[in-house]
Design a protein around this ligand. Structure first.
Ligand SMILES: Cc1cc2nc3c(=O)[nH]c(=O)nc-3n(C[C@H](O)[C@H](O)[C@H](O)COP(=O)(O)OP(=O)(O)OC[C@H]3O[C@@H](n4cnc5c(N)ncnc54)[C@H](O)[C@@H]3O)c2cc1C
Length: 456
């Protein structure tokens, strides 16, 4: 049986690997457009610094990811304990993000009014909309300040998104369900904590978990997959179109080659899958085009430790959009994981752009570095030139799960299922944007593919 997977990011590679583990006789091919597989995962090493150009880690709360890593004999590395200290910028200062209700009420991050408003959450009416923006949900339940200083920065930290457009249901389905089930998030938390005490299981409304990576960075997992899949991965093969005759698909690549296959999985971003579908099914292509991918740039700067006066023993900070700054946030990477900067140096990683400020991400390299330096001077009083700098521009970075996203995805999948048996979609545009989601979806899709194969 032949399976061709289009796209060698973590979604395509993990799927190929899981399928190969399930049945070593399957004829699997991963066609990757670029010279290297990995997609948004690429670890750049230079001058003793280790820079993540895209994906920085994953939360340790998904057992499937750990099962997956175990089969590759990799050793995960949890972030340092100090990285529990996270900060939010407000009014010229970094405020520690409170970790419990007591810290919340003592925190200077919100005004007394903003804190008091949270009590109303207990009696705020349930939402009536089927789908609602994060901004609308958070303002309705928790008040404007909690929205501006907790929810909005979280939306930019995960999605580089605009919380007035992102869908609660698609981005945080657990919270959406909790409101439906309990009518109030505070009531839900109290109930869940009671249950947790009884069962000994940790449960909560937020994603939780500890940021995890590898000593040599996230590319460790890509290198292991490359080794395991060997010549099943074919690089520099951009797929331009697909054709179906009978039960066989022909996959065409930019260099004029074609591949016959019984099953095809598109594991590339929706904005690329859209092009592949243009001739095959313009309607599917049109639907895929509706998923926006704003640009994000990542600027890594290395400084001498002694030049930084600020206490950087923590995770870093996020900037709420209401503060009107030019960066989304900065992670103090060398405080989060070991082996990110040479002895006596620190590494900061700053994100810019996203849905709210796409033009900021698309400035030239020097402008991006200057923007970050000027922001770090204002926010952390960093007043020296960096010893090291690297810039990574993602012109189409993270798919935005805006209001209506779940209906859009259902429509795309329904149409493909009806018209193209043997053709499947995966990747972070559809069932969760994170690394953990990609792995989880690969296990799920591998089951579906194997079932379909045995039925044939
Ligand atoms: C800056 C940034 C930071 C991020 N940080 C994190 C993080 O810390 N943690 C986290 O969980 N998630 C993070 N993410 C989200 C991350 O993108 C996903 O977790 C995951 O890497 C997506 O993998 P994927 O395989 O679905 O897509 P991609 O990584 O985009 O891979 C798709 C692959 O398809 C290939 N391709 C495209 N078109 C074609 C074609 N026509 N033919 C053949 N191949 C094609 C591409 O070249 C690419 O290799 C981040 C994303 C960005 C942009």
């Amino acid at each position: 049986m032949s399976i061709t997977i289009v796209g060698g990011g973590i979604s395509g590679l993990s799927l190929a690997y899981i399928l190969h583990q399930k049945d070593a006789t399957l004829d699997i091919k991963v066609l990757e457009a670029r010279e290297r597989p990995g997609g948004k995962i690429w670890t750049d090493r230079a001058d003793g610094f280790l820079c993540e150009s895209g994906v920085n880690g994953f939360l340790d709360n998904k057992p499937t990811t750990f099962d997956f890593i175990k089969t590759l004999s990799l050793e995960p590395l949890r972030s340092n304990d100090a990285s529990r200290k996270r900060y939010i910028y407000r009014g010229g200062k970094l405020h520690r993000l409170p970790e419990n209700p007591q810290a919340f009420f003592l925190s200077g991050l919100l005004t007394p009014c903003g804190k008091g408003r949270i009590i109303y959450e207990l009696i705020a009416p349930k939402g009536r909309q089927e789908d609602e923006s994060l901004a609308s949900f958070a303002t309705r339940r928790l008040g404007r300040e909690v929205y501006e200083y907790f929810i909005d920065p979280m939306a930019s930290g995960i999605y580089a998104g605009d919380a007035t457009k992102l869908s609660l249901k698609s981005c945080f389905p657990r919270i959406y369900e909790l409101e439906r089930q309990y009518g109030s998030l505070i009531r839900a938390m109290i109930r869940l904590q009671k249950e947790a005490k009884k069962t000994g299981k940790k449960v909560g409304p937020s994603p939780g978990g500890v940021l995890t990576s590898f000593y040599d960075g996230m590319e460790t997992v890509i290198s292991a997959l490359k080794e395991a899949l060997a010549d099943r991965i074919v690089t520099s093969k951009r797929v331009t179109g697909i054709d179906k005759r009978g039960s066989t698909y022909t996959v065409y690549t930019e260099d004029g080659q074609s591949f016959e296959t019984e099953q095809v999985v598109l594991a590339c971003p929706a904005h690329d899958a859209e092009k592949i579908f243009r001739e095959l099914d313009p309607e599917v292509s049109g639907l895929m085009k509706k998923i926006p991918y704003p640009p994000v740039s990542v600027v890594c700067l290395g400084f001498r430790y002694e030049d930084i006066e600020y206490d950087i023993n923590g995770f870093g900070f996020l900037v709420p959009s209401v503060e009107g700054r030019k960066i989304l946030g900065t992670l103090w990477d060398s405080s989060i994981f070991p082996n990110r900067a040479p002895e006596g140096y620190v590494l900061f990683r700053t994100m810019l752009g996203g849905a709210r400020q796409p033009d900021v991400a698309l400035q030239d390299e020097q402008k991006l570095i200057d923007t970050v330096l000027s922001e770090l001077k204002d926010i952390m009083n960093v007043d020296v030139r960096p010893e090291f700098a690297r810039v990574y521009v993602h012109e189409k970075a993270i798919p935005q799960y805006n209001v209506g996203h779940s209906s859009l995805v259902n429509e795309i999948k329904k149409r493909i299922k009806e018209r193209f048996s043997g053709l499947y979609l995966t990747g972070n545009a559809y069932g969760g944007v994170g690394f953990n989601d990609c792995i989880y979806n690969s296990y799920k899709l591998s089951d579906e593919l194997m079932n379909d194969l045995t039925r044939q």
